[in-house]
Design a protein around this ligand. Structure first.
Ligand code: FPP
Length: 248
């Protein structure tokens, strides 16, 4: 293990935008779906490395609210891929003490996928190893709007005073209410944007971008991202001098 990873500065929560499956496939004259299928191998390896490195929470952006706009055939095959991945991987994840959770607009999902998701979440609910969160039909704006709507309903019913609405109350209504904010965001595929991922939760995340396409993402790239994180000084509005003693 390189020296910098032997420090204690391992991010508690890593979030990943897995981009570049389509381009990976096109470079090989393969259909886009071959890229998504190959991306599942990167998911498997990333989950293993995250657990080995001591990451507590790993959140993967698998399908955004906007991805419904893709050709129907690609969407159908992606949903099939999620079902297959759950069928194949849940036993192993459970054996490795991984807890699985899904976030996103569940009511938009096909019942076959929803049933697999519910079963996987129930089966792994008591595991206390890596907490693996998969975002499907998820959008950061949708998440905030849903939270605001629930708070508005409680205010309209007279259960809360609007003057009491604050950050903690809103955060408690988000999909990741019980999960600490991501410390590190990784995005593969060369684009430098957040793409409506965890808009609220990423407020203080360190951002690491790489050109590698998701199906090629392996231990080497993950460790580069962890090394980058280990060298950040997180200031949360303080001055550098105030934070000097508290790296990461
Ligand atoms: C973005 O690449 C990738 C997706 C929209 C799908 C991600 C899905 C997987 C990696 C499949 C497995 C996931 C799990 C959790 C089992 P893109 O298609 O936008 O690539 P492009 O930008 O090159 O077109």
């Amino acid at each position: 293990m390189p020296e910098s990873q032997s420090t204690t500065c391992v991010p508690r929560h890593v979030a990943i935008i897995m981009d570049g499956n389509g381009r990976w496939a096109r470079k090989r004259a393969l259909p886009r779906h071959a890229g998504h299928r190959s991306g599942v191998k990167s998911v498997r390896e990333t989950v293993e490395i995250a657990a080995q490195r001591g990451v507590s929470y790993l959140t993967l952006f698998a399908f955004s609210s906007e991805n419904w706009r893709r050709p129907a055939d690609e969407v159908r095959k992606l949903m099939g891929l999620f079902i297959d991945a759950l069928r194949r991987e849940v036993d192993d994840l459970h054996r490795n003490n991984v807890r699985l959770q899904f976030i996103g607009a569940r009511e938009q999902l096909d019942t076959r996928l929803l049933d697999k998701i519910t079963a996987a979440e129930e089966r792994t609910a008591d595991n206390d190893g890596l907490h693996l969160i998969v975002a499907v039909a998820y959008g950061g704006r949708w998440d905030i709007v849903e939270a605001a709507r629930r708070i508005g309903e409680r205010a309209a019913a007279g259960e809360i005073d609007p003057a009491d609405i604050g950050e903690d109350m809103l955060a408690a209504e988000l999909q990741l209410a019980d999960v600490p904010d991501p410390d590190l965001l990784i995005r593969t595929g060369g684009e430098h944007r957040i793409s409506n991922f965890l808009l609220w939760n990423l407020a203080y995340a360190e951002l690491w971008f790489c050109d590698v396409l998701w199906p090629d993402f392996r231990q080497r790239e993950f460790d580069q991202a962890l090394d980058f994180y280990a060298q950040r000084q997180r200031r949360y509005g303080h001055t550098g001098d105030q934070r000097e003693a508290v790296k990461c």
